[in-house]
Design a protein around this ligand. Sequence first.
Ligand code: BEZ
Length: 233
Amino acid sequence: MAAPALTPEVQALLDKQHTIRLGDKAPNFDADTQLGKINLYDYLGDSWGIIFSHPRDFTPVCSTEIGRGSQLSAEWAKRNIKPLALSVDSVQHHIEWIKDINEITGADVNFPIIADEDYSVSVLYGMLDQTHLSQAGMPFTVRNVFIIDPQRTVRLILTYPASTGRNFDEILRVIDSLQLANSHKVATPADWVKGKDTMVLPTVSTDDARKLFPKGVNEIRPWLRTTPDPSAA
Ligand code: BEZ
């Protein structure tokens, strides 16, 4: 795909962006949303958080993502995680668009969507898409996901292109894995879902693992040990 022409002003905006890495403290910010002004840290309180950006209001794929995000409210609550969406559209656009989403998908969008018209949060989190510009030549946001833990540490970063809607089952799966690994000395294998066997961390000896995991440890190799999901009943 040919790169769009960037004006010097847009290039300067893109260059100003911060880079967020896993393990960074999530930068705090104040922002306007369709539910009023929020401060990130106040909004999250003691909870985990998910910030997910989308390119534009009134676009089909983004509508499915916001609809799905709202239909997952019980899943977010179960995991003690507060959702927060973002685009560079206005509060009024968000309000009008949410009416359509609710009507079309049967959702009840009840979490804040940041109206980042001045690009301040997008620049702070490095969310701008240099490949996707408005007719006025201004960048939209990519489909980012940031998962933030209660200590305000960034634990997951995903970046999807505008043409691909995110898989929210995958996002919930990673949150389950992160929360499990927070409380048990395990990691989770490819395609793991809650309830399936987990892998004993390489730093734990098999003798110690047998004490830590009373459900049993299967030593396939000294470096490859599985144990049933320690969080499952
Ligand atoms: C969409 O949400 O449908 C979309 C947004 C930007 C570019 C392509 C698709």
